[in-house]
Design a protein around this ligand. Sequence first.
Ligand SMILES: *Cc1c(COP(=O)(O)O)cnc(C)c1O
Length: 416
Amino acid sequence: MDAEASSPVSPAPIRSRAFATEAVHAGRDDLASLGLHAAPIDLSTTYPSYDSRAEAERIDAFAATGARPDGPPVYARLDNPTTARFETALARLEGTGSAVAFASGMAALTAVLLARAGAGLRHVVAVRPLYGCSDHLLGAGLLGTEVTWTDPAGVFDALRPDTGLVMIETPANPTLAEIDIQAVAHSCGTVPLLVDNTFATPVLQRPAGHGARIVLHSATKYLGGHGDVMGGVVACDEEFAATLRQVRFATGGVLHPLAGYLLLRGLSTLSVRVRAASATAAELARRLTADPRVARVHYPRLGGAMVSFEVHGDPHRVIAGVGLVTPAVSLGSVDTLIQHPASISHRIVDEGDRRAAGVGDRLLRMSVGLEDVEDLWADLDQALSAEAAGSPPAARTRTAPRRQEPAGQERQRAGR
Ligand SMILES: *Cc1c(COP(=O)(O)O)cnc(C)c1O
C-alpha cells in the first residue's frame, strides 16, 4: 500500500471552493501545518543572512523578473510574508493570478500609471466620474500622464498607439453610474482595462471575469471594512504583478504588515458585511425614492451598500442634521457615513468637470453600515425633515462630545 496516500496527515484533495469559503481560508492554507490558527505578523524590516552571494542572487532575480523573492525577502520593501497572505487571498477572491498591495488606493493607482509610463505608454483613456483624487492624478499631469476623457461608447475611438491604459469605475464614485465592463473590455482590444472595483467588491462583481486585466481597490474601504486601516491593492495577472512589485520596490509605497494583517482579517467577513449592508442600503434606497423630500435617488442595479441621493434644498443641512449617521468622507466601514461629494470627496475636481460628470451640488453620498435599518431611517428621516423645514434639527440624538474632554468638564450637549 502507498504509505503516502494513506497517511492520516496528507492534505485533503484540492477542489474549487466557494467565494465565502475562500474569503475565510485563502492566504491561510499553511497555518495549521505551522501549528497556528491566526496569521503571524512579521514586522521585520530586514532579514539576516550569512550568505551574501545567495542574497545577491535573490536581488538579481527580483530585478530581472519581479517575482516574489525565493526565501527571505532580504528587505521589507521587496516583500513581506504577512502582506503576501492578503495579496494571495485577494487574488483568489478576484479570480486573478496575482495581487500586489500598496500603502493606499492612490499609491496602487500611481504604481499602475508608473508601470505603464515606464513602457512608454503615457496616454490614458478614462470615463468620468472617477473617485475625485483618481480624476486629479490622471488629469493634473503629476506623473506625466495625458488623459482623454470619454464615455463608454467612445473608448475605442479615443485609443492611440501610445495608450497604456483604459480606466473605469463601476459603480462609480459618487453617482453609482454603472458601466458594462465586458463591452468596454471589447473596445480596448489589447490595451489593458483597469476597473476600480472598490464600490462593488468581489462579493458583487469580479471584473477580471468580464475582461478587465487590472482590478484596483482602495482596501481602506470594504476590504478592511472597519475604518481603521489604509491600503490599496491591484489584482492582475502575474506578468503585470511582477512589474508592479518592481515599481513598488523602487518607489516605496509598501503596505505595512499590520495593515496587511488587518486587511486579511477584513476579507474573512467581507461576504457577510457586504451582503448585510447591501440589504439595508436597498431598503433605504426604496424609502428615499418614495419620499417627497428627496428629489432623486441613485442606487445601482448591481446592488451594494452605497446610496446617493439629491435633496430639493440645501444638502449641507442634511449633513448638519444627522446624529447616528457619521458625517465623514470615506466609505465601507461597519458604521454608516454620509458626505457631500461636491464639498469633500470630489472637491479637487474642476467644478465644470464635476457637474458634467453628474456630481451635482445637491448630491449626497451615503455608505450604509451594519446598523439596524429602522434606526438609520429614523435618523435620516429627522435630518430630511430639518432640511425641508429649513432649520437646524431641534433635537439631535448625538450625545458624545466632539472632542474628548477631561473628566468632570464634560458639558451637556444634547439639544444643541
Ligand atoms: C477612496 C477611493 C480611492 C483612493 O483610495 P485611498 O485608499 O484613499 O488612497 C480610489 N478609488 C475609489 C473608488 C475610492 O473610493
